[in-house]
Design a protein around this ligand. Structure first.
Ligand SMILES: [Mn+2]
Length: 404
C-alpha cells in the first residue's frame, strides 16, 4: 500500500483537489488561484481595510522601506541604496558582526511605519519624504570561509550598485556637488553599507576609487585602524585594524582624512606618527570636553573642505554603556547624542558614501546598540538629502528666552 501511494505521488495522481460546494466539480489549486477573488468583499478588508505593517510587525527591511535583492534585480532604480555586508572573519577580538545588518534593520522598525514618517525636530524634515528613492537592497551573500573571496564579493556588489542609474530625486544643488567628482561625469547612487566588521571598508574604497578616484575619509572610531599590515600571508595582513593602511598603500585615499573619537590603547606615539603617514589627523575622545562639539565639527569640516568624502562609523566610537554590542569595546566614549550632533554638523560635505560597522548584537542588551545604529543611519540619510546643517531648535520660545 505504501508503495502505491508513493507511486501515485510520483505520477501526479495525488495532486490535491478541492470541491466547490455548489456544483461538486473538483477544482485544482491552480483554478482557485486564477479565479477572480474580490478581497474588498471579504471579512478582513470590508471591516478593517489594508493589511498594514505596524512598527513591530511585517517583513524585516530598513525602516519598512521597499526591499529588493538589487544585485540580481534591477527593476527598481534608487538614489540611495542600503546594503548589508554580513562579514566578521577578520576581527581581532569578539566576532559576531555578521549579524549587524539584521540588528540594524531590527532597530530601525519604529523610524517609519506604525504612524511614524521619520520627521524629527532636529532636522525639521524626514529623509523618507524628500523626493528621493531610498531602497533596501538586501544583503550580499558572502563567503564565511574564504576572506579573499568575501572581499571580492563585496567589491563586485558595490561596483554593481554604483553602476546603476539614479532616479534623480536628489535635488539639483546637491547632485551637482558630487557629480563633479565622478570620473565619468555622471551621477551615481549613494550607498549606505550596514556592516560587518570594519574590513568591509577596503573593498568599498576599491570600488569608489574606480568611480571617483581617491577620496578623503571621516572616520568615527575608538581605534585608529591604520596599524601596519602584518602577517605571514597576504590575507592575514588585512584585518579590521589594518585596512586603512592597506587602502593607503593601494592609493585609494587622499592624505587629508581625519579620525574622530580615538581613545584606544597603543604601542606609543609611533602609532600616531604612522597614522599621520596614512593620511589622518586625530580628534581624541576627550577633545569634546576641552574644545566642545562646535570646534570638533569645525575641525572636521576644515580638514575635508570641498573634497569628495566617505564617512565610516564604527559603533565603538559610542560609549559601551550606550552601545555594548561591538567587537572591541573601549570605555569612556562619546554619547549617542554627541555623535549624532557632530554628524548633523557635517551636513553639506560632499559625501560619496557611508557605512556603519562593528555592530555585533550577541553582546547587546535590550537592542540598544541596534537601535542606536539604526538612528545614526537615519541621520546619514538626511545628511545626503539636506544641503546644510540644521539650525538650532527654537521651538515655542523666542531665541531670547534661551538667554537666562
Ligand atoms: Mn574600527
Amino acid at each position: 500500500m505504501q508503495h502505491l501511494v508513493f507511486l501515485a505521488l510520483l505520477t501526479g495522481f495525488a495532486q490535491p483537489h478541492f470541491h466547490d460546494a455548489r456544483d461538486q466539480i473538483p477544482m485544482t489549486a491552480d483554478a482557485i488561484f486564477s479565479a477572480a477573488i474580490d478581497v474588498s468583499k471579504e471579512p478582513w478588508t470590508s471591516k478593517y481595510g489594508p493589511q498594514s505593517d505596524l512598527g513591530f510587525s511585517g517583513p524585516l527591511s530598513f525602516s519598512h522601506l521597499e526591499y529588493k535583492r538589487c544585485l540580481e534585480d534591477a527593476s527598481l532604480p534608487f538614489d540611495i541604496g542600503l546594503i548589508g555586508f554580513p562579514f566578521d572573519t577578520t576581527t581581532s577580538y569578539r566576532p559576531g558582526a555578521r549579524f549587524g545588518p539584521f540588528a540594524i534593520r531590527s532597530g530601525s522598525r519604529r523610524q517609519m511605519g506604525g504612524g511614524s514618517k521619520g520627521w524629527t525636530l532636529a532636522w525639521g524634515s524626514s529623509p523618507f519624504n524628500q523626493g528621493s528613492s531610498v531602497l533596501d537592497c538586501g544583503d550580499v551573500p558572502l563567503s564565511a570561509y574564504d576572506n579573499a573571496k568575501a572581499l571580492d564579493q563585496m567589491e563586485a556588489a558595490y561596483d554593481t550598485l554604483l553602476s546603476r542609474p539614479v532616479l534623480g530625486g536628489i535635488d539639483e544643488m546637491y547632485k551637482e556637488r558630487t557629480k563633479q567628482f565622478a570620473l565619468d561625469g555622471k551621477e551615481h547612487p549613494r550607498i549606505i553599507t550596514l556592516g560587518g566588521d570594519h574590513t568591509v571598508v577596503l573593498p568599498i574604497l576599491r570600488s569608489l576609487n574606480k568611480v571617483y578616484g581617491p577620496v578623503s575619509i571621516v572616520h568615527f572610531d575608538a581605534h585608529l585602524d591604520t596599524w601596519p599590515p602584518r602577517g605571514t600571508t597576504k590575507q592575514e595582513s588585512i584585518t579590521h585594524g589594518s585596512f586603512f593602511a592597506v587602502a593607503a598603500e593601494e592609493g585609494l585615499m587622499t592624505n587629508t582624512s581625519i579620525h574622530a573619537g580615538i581613545r584606544c590603547k597603543m604601542m606609543g606615539l609611533e602609532d600616531i606618527e604612522h597614522d599621520d603617514t596614512v593620511g589622518f589627523q586625530v580628534i581624541a575622545t576627550d577633545d569634546i570636553d576641552d574644545y566642545g562639539i562646535k570646534k570638533v565639527i569645525e575641525k572636521i569640516r576644515q580638514r575635508i573642505g570641498d573634497k569628495p568624502v566617505y564617512l565610516s562609523l564604527d559603533i565603538d566610537v559610542v560609549d559601551p554603556g550606550l552601545a555594548p554590542a561591538t567587537g572591541t569595546p573601549e570605555v569612556g566614549g562619546w554619547t549617542t547624542r554627541e555623535v549624532k550632533r557632530i554628524l548633523r554638523g557635517l551636513t553639506g560635505l560632499n559625501f560619496v558614501g557611508f557605512d556603519i560597522v562593528e555592530v555585533a548584537p550577541a553582546y547587546d542588551h535590550a537592542d540598544i546598540t541596534g537601535i542606536a545604529a539604526a538612528d545614526i543611519v537615519h541621520d546619514f540619510l538626511s545628511m545626503m538629502l539636506v544641503n546644510e546643517p540644521p539650525k538650532p531648535h527654537v521651538g515655542p520660545f523666542s531665541k531670547d528666552d534661551w538667554i537666562l
